[in-house]
Design a protein around this ligand. Structure first.
Ligand code: CTP
Length: 409
């Protein structure tokens, strides 16, 4: 048997990037031979094994044929006769379809190295279409390597468009989609992920609520970029530049969905878009089964981001309601993430990226003031149950009024 390093490990070494996990392909071996050498099988009918010591993945060279719709619809053919070239041709991109032996000799039948040098994400063969998830994968690689100058080859974008229009994307599971989406949002330029999905018509299928933002104008005085879709991409870009966590990036992507529902006669204003957008945010959250903390933050940011921007003008009662809605007493981190998302929203406006955002410190300060109201003196006065809650609220309101006055003077 011959063993080769394949896929991302070869690509990233040639790019001079750190290699995190290594995939191997084994040519000329049978399942029995692998088991005899101590490899552990990954699944019952999947020709993939884990190395007994390193735990790395070793797959028998295989060909794949699509036998039905969606991810389940595959038949595999793995046998010692399958060649390295046959295994590589079924892979997604030319830059992912190179193999290397232990002497670092490259097998590159589909010119991956040339595409790597030319900064092109190009599909290997029509077999690309056998896994529609690859539409998202290509967009994710585009987001990761945009800074290096990579773009999607026109013929690959065309194939992605055909796949998007064919209804194949609907067959993907929420889990596989979320895995790609969440990884893509954590890439260096997540806005490129959304842009590429839009360019090939996949955004309309996967997140029509986000797609609908493009072409919707906002008032130029607040939003020099005007277009709501362009704004959303910039907010996402800022979230990556400021190294925000996934929760914040997800909230940034979804914060303005309500603007896509504004009747055209009301443009460029978007009255109550925060509230109108909530059902859309909920729908996207559920479609991809996003983790609870992502879902929660997206909804809160959707509902309250304008409050964040207007923090300094909010009445003390409104400020208190905001803090209560976030439960800043028990969930300080979540409020920090809300503040971050609001700041990214403010910075995601053309020409205003560097403008300071004093609302952030003001909101932080307000949360601290509300948190520092002590319960003990109220208990000592004999308050309990709902009355204690009311008394606490009154004290917090008093403290916030003083905070607001001090900030204004
Ligand atoms: N692959 C593919 N189609 C997929 C998934 C994977 O063709 N839908 C192939 C590619 O050759 C890829 C390899 O399997 O390089 C390993 O896949 P994976 O580990 O998911 O990705 P990597 O390319 O290693 O990239 P990453 O850095 O994102 O892990």
């Amino acid at each position: 048997m011959q063993i080769y390093k394949v896929g991302g490990a070869v690509r990233d070494r040639l790019l001079g990037k750190p290699v995190t996990d290594i995939d191997w392909v084994v040519v000329g071996a049978t399942t029995e031979e692998m088991l005899a050498q101590g490899f552990r099988p990954v699944g019952a009918d999947f020709p993939v094994f884990l190395h007994p010591k390193t735990g790395e993945e070793y797959a028998l060279a295989r060909t794949e044929r699509k036998s039905g719709r969606g991810y389940g619809g595959f038949t595999f053919h793995a046998s010692p006769e399958v060649t390295l070239e046959q295994d590589l041709i079924r892979r997604d991109l030319t830059i992912n379809a190179m193999a290397e032996d232990d002497g670092q000799n490259l097998t590159d039948p589909y010119n991956g190295q040339r595409d790597l040098e030319d900064r092109i994400l190009r599909h290997v063969s029509p077999a690309f279409a056998e896994d529609p998830l690859r539409v998202l994968r290509v967009a994710r690689f585009a987001a990761r390597y945009a800074a290096l100058g990579f773009t999607v080859a026109p013929e690959t974008l065309e194939l992605m468009r055909t796949l998007s229009e064919s209804g194949e994307l609907e067959a993907l599971t929420a889990e596989r989609n979320w895995k790609e989406i969440s990884r893509a949002l954590m890439e260096e330029q997540p806005q490129v992920f959304i842009q590429v999905l839009r360019d090939c018509g996949a955004l309309k299928v996967l997140m029509p609520e986000v797609d609908a933002l493009f072409g919707v104008p906002q008032p130029e005085a607040h939003h020099p970029e005007i277009d709501s879709g362009v704004h959303t991409l910039s907010v996402l870009e800022q979230s990556a530049l400021h190294r925000q966590p996934l929760t914040v990036r997800w909230a940034c992507l979804l914060h303005d969905l309500g603007k896509g529902l504004t009747p055209q006669e009301e443009w460029p204003r978007h009255i109550a878009h925060e509230h109108k957008g909530l059902k859309l945010i909920k729908a996207v959250n559920e479609r991809f089964k996003a983790p609870k903390e992502c879902q929660e933050l997206a909804l809160l940011v959707g509902q309250y981001h304008t409050h964040g921007h207007r923090a300094l003008e909010l009445k003390a009662t409104t400020l208190l309601e905001l803090l209560q809605s976030f439960d800043v007493y028990r969930r300080p981190q979540r409020f920090e993430e809300f503040i971050a998302a609001c700041e990214m929203d403010a910075r995601g406006r053309k020409g205003l990226e560097q403008r300071s955002y004093p609302q952030a410190d003001y909101l932080r300060g307000a949360a601290n003031v509300a948190r520092s109201v002590a319960v003990q003196p109220l208990l000592e006065k004999g308050f309990k149950g709902p009355e204690l809650g009311e008394a606490l609220k009154r004290e917090r309101l008093k403290a916030l009024k003083a905070y607001k006055e001090a900030a204004a003077s």
